[in-house]
Design a protein around this ligand. Structure first.
Ligand SMILES: [Zn+2]
Length: 153
């Protein structure tokens, strides 16, 4: 996704804050070196890896199959669902970055698994809905997309 200069500055601000923070509760302190090397803000982590958003708005993944230090390798996350999740997680974790939250397309429908709320109750705790990646909606591809351009002429 393309970020405006102002939005890039906001991501940069959060990144500096993250790198300078000594708060042990901050997300994945182990990622500080990788975040500094990649100039990317950690926004989400699970058992498989961590997602970071660069100041340009690109989504990177640091996989957990390695030690998270300054030599940790990262790659651009290509999966649109993980990229979407990174934006959602970023907007939740850093209110200043709420512009990253994806906007609901007109064609989207409410997620049936969570009734459009984005979260589900699991053993009495609210959990991120896996059906819609906590957006509360699902994008439905058009059944018969109109042909684009003219065939042949
Ligand atoms: Zn849902």
């Amino acid at each position: 996704m393309k970020l405006t200069a102002e939005q890039q500055a906001l991501v940069g601000e959060e990144l500096s804050r993250y790198l300078e923070s000594t708060d042990s509760r901050k997300m994945v302190a182990d990622l500080v070196d990788a975040a500094r090397e990649a100039s990317a803000l950690p926004v989400y982590a699970d058992m498989g890896g961590a997602l970071l958003i660069t100041t340009e708005g690109d989504v990177l993944i640091v996989s957990t199959n390695q030690v998270w230090d300054r030599n940790a390798k990262w790659e651009t996350e290509a999966d649109p669902q993980w990229r979407l999740l990174a934006r959602i997680a970023a907007s939740e974790r850093y209110p200043q970055l709420s512009f990253l939250r994806p906007t609901r397309p007109v064609s989207a429908v409410d997620c049936e698994a969570c009734n459009g709320t984005g979260s589900v109750e699991f053993s009495g705790c609210a959990a991120r809905c896996g059906g819609c990646w906590s957006t509360g909606w699902i994008e439905v591809p058009e059944a018969n997309p109109p042909p684009t351009g003219s065939a042949g002429g």
